[in-house]
Each structure stands twice: as structure tokens, then as C-alpha cells.
Design a binder for this molecule. Structure first.
Ligand SMILES: [Zn+2]
Length: 331
């Protein structure tokens, strides 16, 4: 930890000296000041302490917090280190005051479960504190994995991952979004007008069609994965759902998106640092665009009309078998 109590004052280890006595703000035990040339100045409990703050922090976490504190100070955000928030029963790594608004920064270097992340983010929200998650180096190596992507946040209305790099003592912001692959169905259809033509393509080019699922199942979106299972599985479920809807049924934009959201609702990945479903809705809008481009639905006067069923070269039973194979391979 970086902050201890001395004579009823909070003192940053950086400014502390070994002549004074320092105490834990949580348990009141006397602390040991650790300060050396190759260490980040910090306080530690005695080895036998049972205090919950006793757990060792990594070098990266200690140094990062100190750096973020300094960075915020230079930006005139009135930072405070390791602020205990009693109603949350937790400590914010750095608490700022940005133009009158309280902002918490959590510098995350160790694994954090989805449930804990959800709880902490909601806790801050309830208190009206905006929380930003800064990720440390272990996450930087796994930027495309779900354990990192659950930290996606909105910054100026864009999906971002925020990193703090202790080597450069600087913030690094990464884009995190969903986008369309260049190869789209319109391009495919221009050259190969029928599914039969597509299937007879050389394997290296179009081997994805071997499983016989409708073409739209294969039109992936790239970037963040929003479905728990392979995206193709969710798309297959949509095809099944559409097959039960009479042709020329028309939907308002809202009821259309709602209908899509309900297709296997448990399939969606949760992003605790974002407003609920916002990223999923982005995905569904892009997916709707793909359905329009391959002629399954049309948009007329702000309504969406189903005009064609997704087609497949195989029977439903065969498709189902393929999907099960696909799922078992995934788990
Ligand atoms: Zn303690």
C-alpha cells in the first residue's frame, strides 16, 4: 500500500521517512516503510498480520498507482491515493475530482472475475462516481481475449480499452469495436450468383460452406466477440427463428432489434463497464445491414420487412447435426 496514517494524517510512502511511525488506516497496526533504490516506496504489514490489506501488491501495481496519481496531479484533477469508500467496503486506487465530478481509477494488474468487476462498477455507479479501469501489462498481452475485453469502456462515445504502461508512465488507449469484414456478401454474390456456385468453389477459398449452414451464418463480423458461443451458432439460431416468421412480416426498428436480442438471450457476453446491451445493439445493427445486403430483409419507410428465408443446401436435421459438431468442438 502507498498510504498510511501518521499523527492522524494520511501520508504517501513517497514522502514518508523512516524516523516516523506509520499505521494502517484499516486495522491500525504499525506498518513498515519499505523504501529503497530499486523499490517503489510503500508500506507493508508485519508478516503475521491478518489485515485484509496485508496481501502483497505487485511492483507494477504499486508503481502504476503512484504514476497515475502524479499524472492526475499534473492535470489538476486533485487525486487522492487508496481512498477507502465505506459504503462499498473497498478502496479506490486513485480518486479524482474532475470538474466537480468524482472519478475513480482502478489500476488492474491481476485477474478479476466478471462478477467482481460487475459489482465494483455498479457500486461506484450507485454513488455517482465514474469509474475507469486502467489495465496493466498482463492484460496487454491478451487484448483479444474475453478476460481483457470485459473491461471495454466508453470514452467520448467510443468503445475503448485503457492501459497504463509503467515503463512510459503513460496512458494508452486502444480501440475496441466491431466492424465488418471487407469480404461481404454483395461481393461474393456478384461473382457467384447461386449457392451452388459458391459450394463448388475450391476448398481453400470457400471451405466454410461445407457445413451447409445458410450463407449468412458465415458472414462474420470482426473485432469483439459478443456471443458466448461461436458467432456462427447464434446466426444459425436466427435463421431458425426467421424460418418461423411468415414472409412479408414487417417490424419497427425497435421490435426487430428486440426480436434479435431474444434469440437465445443467454448467449450474450456481458460487458460490465458499458451501459447494458449497448455493444450488443451495435452488433445487431451491423448484422441487420448484412441481412439487408443479402436480400433476406428490406428496409422500407423505417420498417423492416422479411422478404426471403435464409437458404441452405442441407436439411434442417443435417444443419442441426453440423451445429452440434461445431459446438462440441468449441468447448
Ligand atoms: Zn492493516
Amino acid at each position: 500500500m502507498l498510504v498510511a496514517k501518521s499523527n492522524d494524517q494520511f501520508v504517501n510512502a513517497f514522502n514518508a521517512n523512516k524516523r516516523e511511525e506509520y499505521y494502517c488506516p484499516e486495522c491500525g497496526e504499525q506498518l513498515i516503510l519499505k523504501k529503497g533504490k530499486c523499490k517503489v516506496a510503500h508500506f507493508a504489514h508485519g508478516v503475521n498480520s491478518k489485515c485484509q490489506l496485508q496481501k502483497g501488491e505487485s511492483y507494477e501495481h504499486l508503481l502504476g498507482k503512484q504514476q497515475i496519481f502524479e499524472w492526475a496531479r499534473q492535470n489538476n484533477w486533485y487525486p487522492e491515493l487508496e481512498v477507502y469508500i465505506s459504503s462499498l467496503k473497498q478502496r479506490a486506487d486513485v480518486l479524482l475530482n474532475v470538474q466537480g465530478r468524482q472519478v475513480a481509477i482502478e489500476f488492474q494488474c491481476s485477474p478479476l472475475s466478471l462478477i467482481d468487476l460487475q459489482e465494483r462498477t455498479r457500486g461506484y455507479e450507485k454513488l455517482g462516481i465514474k469509474c475507469y479501469w486502467f489495465l496493466g501489462s498482463p492484460y496487454e498481452l491478451k487484448i483479444h481475449q474475453r478476460q481483457t475485453q470485459k473491461f471495454i469502456q466508453l470514452l467520448n462515445n467510443r468503445y475503448r480499452l485503457i492501459f497504463w504502461n509503467i515503463k512510459s508512465a503513460a496512458i494508452k488507449i486502444e480501440n475496441a469495436t466491431i466492424w465488418e469484414q471487407r469480404l461481404n456478401l454483395r461481393q461474393i454474390n456478384k461473382n457467384y450468383r447461386t449457392l451452388h456456385q459458391l459450394i463448388s468453389l475450391p476448398e481453400t477459398k470457400m471451405n466454410f460452406l461445407r457445413n451447409g449452414l445458410p450463407l449468412i451464418c458465415h458472414q462474420r463480423l470482426r473485432g469483439i466477440q459478443v456471443t458466448k458461443h461461436p458467432e456462427i451458432y447464434w446466426r444459425y439460431l436466427v435463421c431458425r427463428k426467421l424460418a418461423d416468421i411468415p414472409l412479408f412480416t414487417s417490424f419497427s426498428q425497435t421490435s426487430w432489434i428486440k426480436m434479435l436480442r431474444k434469440v437465445e438471450a443467454s448467449e450474450w457476453v456481458i460487458f460490465p463497464c458499458l451501459p447494458p446491451m449497448i455493444l450488443i445493439n451495435t452488433y445487431l445493427r451491423l448484422f441487420t445491414g448484412q441481412l439487408i445486403r443479402c436480400g433476406i430483409i428490406v428496409r422500407r419507410k423505417k420498417r423492416i420487412i422479411l422478404v426471403k428465408y435464409p437458404r441452405s443446401s442441407r436439411s434442417l436435421a443435417e444443419q442441426e447435426q453440423e451445429v452440434q459438431k461445431l459446438l462440441s468442438g468449441y468447448q
